[in-house]
Design a protein around this ligand. Structure first.
Ligand SMILES: [Zn+2]
Length: 155
């Protein structure tokens, strides 16, 4: 399999072996999906293993749409109404955020910034009992968002 790697962390085998082969199917609400097997450790896994779609109970497209709506500024309740999904399901946003951060950490390592713009916003949390500050920096020209810090407003 061209781009699949074993999700189980083990050393790559020396010499032959280590291939990923097709290993039957598993059922989902939308039909069957292929299962794969690592020839090194013998364990099986799905193609969504190691992706934000792992064990998703909805279509992948729905997950993508929820994330897009959030980027466009819709709040969780609005997204739940528009997509006709449970409000709790919108916790996908947290899952998406984890993967976005991971992507940024891995891919953004030498930023050639032209013009950085920093901003801060105060957010009230824990039932208006506490406040936190969110500091964000964006690269104006590319709209890239290279850094976000959440914390106290201090030096
Ligand atoms: Zn393996």
């Amino acid at each position: 399999m061209k781009s699949l790697t074993c999700p189980n962390k083990h050393r790559p085998p020396s010499g032959k072996g280590g291939a990923i082969i097709r290993h039957g199917f598993y059922a989902t609400r939308w039909g069957k999906r292929r299962r794969y097997q690592c020839q090194t450790c013998g364990k099986t896994f799905s193609s969504t293993n190691g992706t934000p779609y792992y064990r998703l109970q909805h279509r992948r497209a729905t997950f993508d749409e929820v994330a897009s709506h959030s980027v466009e500024g819709l709040n969780k309740s609005a997204i739940a109404r528009v997509k006709r999904i449970a409000w709790n399901t919108v916790r996908w946003l947290e899952r998406a955020a984890v993967w976005c951060r991971r992507f940024s950490d891995r891919k953004i390592n030498r930023l050639a910034a032209v013009e950085l713009q920093a901003d801060e916003i105060k957010a009230i949390v824990a039932g208006k009992k506490q406040s936190v500050w969110v500091f964000a920096v964006i690269d104006v020209w590319s709209r890239l968002w290279p850094s976000t810090v959440v914390g106290k407003r201090s030096y």
